[in-house]
Design a protein around this ligand. Sequence first.
Ligand code: PEP
Length: 247
Amino acid sequence: MGLRNRWVIGNWKMNGSLAGNAALLGAVAAAPSSVGKLGVCVPFPFLGQAQSALAGGAAVWGGQDVSEHASGAYTGQVSAAMLVEFGASLVLVGHSERRQYNAETSDLVARKASAALNAGVTPVICVGETLAEREDGHAEAVVGQQLSACREVLLRAQGAAILAYEPVWAIGTGKTATPAEAQAMHAFIRATLRVLGAEAEATSILYGGSVKAGNARELFSQADIDGGLIGGASLVAADFLAIAAAL
Ligand code: PEP
């Protein structure tokens, strides 16, 4: 076991129902203990259900977004302290779907990560370039800027924040970065953490983007890939657990 935790984290996005989630959460709760850690990030209304199903087991749960504010007149937002009340230990911040559909900037993402950290919730900070940015040769510059915006929180986290590299062109498209492409960006991310003065060796960097049971093992075997953030495949218990088994 190296310095870093190895994770498989599911992002349910805006999917699920109380009735439908029960079997999935039951399967996650019953997952055999693997070398890594298992987590699910569920829609806010299902946090209580996740807590009831998973409490006392090895798997952890969390939200998919968090407010930068602690409390107040912010209609529709959910604070990190509220997540904690439901036993959440993880929260996604800066997922590309929020950057795209909710116009979240890297500075806002940093403030959200900071709010999570302040409440004792591990932020899973998502970064990644669009296809156009990659094709223009700007992938590293874009990811580097997203990381730099989070410098302060990454320093404060001392390795406790998780990063997820999710090339936007690979999310939900069935198009996965090759293990070599993903490893190259993960190595760049780790090198950038060093330059920023953050705990590069202790920070888990997950890959996300159309990970499936069939490609997980090769991706996860790359030197700088410490597991995966899983969207679509996290909704099917057998697929999600097969991916976790590839850690
Ligand atoms: C995600 O939503 O974070 C993701 C990686 O989705 P998918 O696995 O469906 O590409």
